[in-house]
Design a protein. Structure first.
Lengths: 253, 276
């Protein structure tokens, strides 16, 4: 445990050394010295300022809301679709090619259409995240269902299970682990889509803050926001990894 | 736990085929059993004995004939007649207790009453110290005990057993055979078990029904008139086993001395295959 903690800190340390060295090279070169604020020291100095004016909190809250709403839609729609995909051969065969086709469309290419369809930019961004995040949830749910022992249904039926019991007592607990794994992938994709989606139209959120910092040439703010994106993503992903561990019933024997 | 007194089993002219085009699995099967009686149906693989059990459990539809338990037609599964399978099929995300309580949760039992019942049944199958364990940490025999408890918790009138001990080692199998029979006699519910193990039939049955042929038929109804507890080494048990073996081999069309039928069809066919 002590060793892995050490390696965790050391890994981050190495990253920061590289960053610092890159910043140093930029600073000593007269052609690029204007960009020296990209380095770690100006960036870390920018954090207290950004916190004091509430910029980071506001951006994180707004982006978090958009991501959360998009993910929620992806889960609410994706899990039932995944269950149908796993349970019904007809549905699986019917939906295979349309799903594969739609899945391969880059989520961001929906942006012009989303902007026309949705009244607000906010709505459009949530839609883009949902469109990107739904597929990992759908396919992970279906894959989880494929591993469900059919005899569990027979046993449950014999023990007096009603049809909804099959879903609440058998299917969901059996595949919760797979659903969460899908949500973890979905979170990654959603987080990637979120930032570029916020470059256009809106005046809030992490993506906007980065675009805004570039316009105003405040490179320390820009890097601070980029770092915030990384840290937030890392925290969200780790929390889901913990949840997955908690709900995994697959025993290593 | 309360005594149930079992059910009267009445199967008349029961015939089954999987689809209109598939061959008849078995035909005109007639079985009658008194409340509390333990029946063991023995037969080689493929004679339809497991199908018969599924129909009796209401898990499979019959093609024609009558299947009645206490004058009530069996058309769907019920928690009054519970089936145990070859594998325990426990729910691996639940603890032993939670597995055992599954049927009670489906029936919305109040928490306190449920806990009491679960504890009683876990005690009955001898798993007290494992109540909070994850089922994946248990041995095969212990897992099958959990499956037994999960069935018994519903206080069934009839326990249907589809070769539930065949995957276990000899010692565990012998202990479970005796325990299940003892519990069925203590709580007075019916047993109907299918197996291809003659020893198992002699240890567990009040009556052994020999099923053979294709389509399958009940060709012999053999009373296993022995006192409990039954020990394998007991000369009476040995004699009973010899008689049943004779009948079984006669019915199956093989002479008693051309094979050493120890209830292990798989090994035997392996040898035959190797011989060819």
């Amino acid at each position: 445990m002590g060793k892995s903690l050490f390696n965790w800190v050391a890994g981050l340390g190495i990253l920061f050394v590289f960053w610092w060295f890159g910043g140093y090279l930029i600073e000593i070169n007269p052609d690029t010295t204007n960009f020296k604020d990209f380095g770690p020291i100006p960036t870390f100095k920018a954090f207290p300022e950004l916190f004091a004016i509430g910029k980071i909190q506001a951006a994180v809250t707004t982006s978090g809301y958009r991501l959360g709403a998009g993910l929620l839609i992806a889960i609410v729609a994706g899990v039932p679709i995944g269950i149908m995909l796993g349970r019904s051969t007809v549905f699986r065969e019917l939906s295979n090619s349309p799903f594969q086709l739609i899945r391969m469309i880059s989520p961001l290419s929906w942006e012009p259409i989303a902007v026309i369809v949705f009244a607000t930019w906010n709505g459009a961004i949530v839609f883009l995240i949902a469109v990107a995040a739904i597929w990992p949830v759908v396919f992970a749910t279906a894959a989880g269902l494929a591993k469900v022992d059919p005899a569990w249904f027979k046993v449950a039926r014999n023990l007096g299970a009603k049809p909804w019991h099959m879903v609440t007592e058998i299917i969901l607990p059996a595949i919760l682990f797979d659903i969460l794994t899908g949500v973890r992938l979905a979170l990654g994709v959603g987080w990637i889509v979120l930032v570029p989606a916020e470059f256009l139209g809106v005046t809030s959120g992490l993506g906007y803050s980065i675009a805004d910092a570039r316009e105003t040439l405040s490179y320390d703010h820009l890097t601070a926001m980029v770092l915030t994106i990384g840290v937030m993503g890392y925290i969200l992903d780790s929390s889901l990894a913990m949840l997955i561990k908690r709900y995994s019933w697959h025993h290593a024997r | 736990m309360e005594k149930r007194n079992g059910v009267h089993i009445n199967i008349k002219d029961l015939t089954h085929r999987y689809t209109a085009k598939s061959p008849i699995t078995f035909e005109k099967v007639n079985i009658e059993a008194d409340p509390g009686e333990a029946l063991v149906i023995i037969g080689r693989s493929g004679c339809g004995k497991s199908t018969l059990l599924h129909i009796l459990a209401g898990l499979l539809e019959k093609s024609s004939g009558i299947v009645r338990l206490d004058e009530k037609d069996v058309t769907e599964p019920s928690s009054h007649w519970i089936m145990m399978f070859q594998a325990p099929h426990l729910f691996p995300w639940m603890t032993v207790e939670q597995n055992v309580g599954t049927g009670l949760r489906f029936a919305h039992w109040p928490e306190k009453k449920m806990k009491k019942r679960i504890a009683e049944v876990i005690n009955l199958v001898g798993l007290d110290e494992y109540a909070k364990n994850n089922t994946q940490d248990l041995s095969g025999g212990q897992q099958q005990r959990v499956a037994l408890a999960r069935s018994l918790v519903m206080e069934p009138d009839l326990l249907l057993l589809d070769e539930p001990f065949s995957a276990l080692d000899a010692f565990t199998r012998a202990t479970l055979q005796k325990d299940v029979r003892a519990i069925s006699k203590q709580l007075e519910f019916n047993l109907v078990m299918v197996t291809h193990d003659i020893d198992e039939a002699v240890i567990m049955a009040d009556r052994a029904l020999v099923m053979a042929g294709s389509p399958g038929k009940i060709v012999h109804d053999f009373k296993v008139d022995l006192d409990d507890p039954r020990e394998r080494q007991d000369p009476k048990v040995q004699a009973m086993r010899a008689s049943l073996m004779e009948i079984f081999h006669h019915a199956a069309g093989v002479s008693a001395d051309d094979s050493n039928m120890e209830g292990d069809d798989a090994n035997q066919s392996d040898i035959e295959l190797a011989g060819n």
